[in-house]
Write a protein that binds this ligand. Sequence first.
Ligand code: BTN
Length: 249
Amino acid sequence: MQAFDFTEEKISIMNLSLNTIKLKSVDSTNNYAKALLKSGEPLMPYTVIYTKEQTKGRGRLGRSWHSKEEESLCMSLIIPNIRSSGITLLCALGVHRALRRLCPQKLQIKWPNDIICENKKLCGILTEGVKGFAVAGIGINLNSTDFPADIAHKATSLRVLTGKLFDGEELCREIATSVFETIEEYGGMLTEDAIREYTPLCANMGREVTAENAKGIATGIDPDGSLKIATEKGIANISFGEVIVTDIY
Ligand code: BTN
C-alpha cells in the first residue's frame, strides 16, 4: 500500500500510540483505509490515515464530499473489534470533545454524527465496516471562508467561528486521540453513560424531525445508536438514512 507519496509517524500521546499514515493526495482516506484492511497487512491498534488532498471524497448516503487543500481536514480512523453499531455515535462524541476545546461557541451533534454550530455543519463523519473493523472517515471544514453555492447556507468552518487559521496535521492528532480515548473509555459500546453524554449535545432532541418513514419529535437514543421519534402512531426507531431537523437542514 505505497501507491501515494507517503510518510508514517508513530507518536504517543497520553497512553495512546498513534500510527499515522500521511498521504500527499488520495481519492478518499476511507477507500485507502478499507483497501489496507482488505490487504490483510498487520496494523497497529490506533491507525489513522491523513491526507492533504482528497480527490474523490465520499459523504454519507452516497453523496460526494468536497474538500480543498489547506481548507479542510480529511482523515480516517481504523477502529478494531467493533462491538456495537453505536460506534458511529461514539466517534461523534470524541470529535465533539476535541472541537469544543477550540471553539467558544456551543457545538452540537446532529444525529447521527454531524458536528454543527449555529445550525451549520462544521464536520461530517462517514463510518463504514470492513472485516470486523470500522473505518471512521472524518471531514472538518478548517480554514474555508466561502463555500460552494449549494452548501453556503448550511456550512461553517473553524476559521469562520474563531477567526483563526488551523493546521490540519496538528488537529488530526488531537481528533484521533480524542476519538480513540472516547471509544476506550466506553469499551467500544454506546453505554448508558455514553448516551447520557450524547443526548444533551444532540441538536435533534425535543425538536420536530422528518425521516424517510417517520415524522415527529426526537425523544432519545437507543443503545444500538438509533434515534427514537415520537410519531402519531407511536415510537419509531431510525437506524440510518437522512433525518431532517426542522429549521436546521
Ligand atoms: C457526511 O457528512 O456526509 C460525511 C462526510 C465524511 C467525509 C470524510 S473526509 C475523510 C473521509 N474520506 C472520505 O471519502 N469521506 C470521509
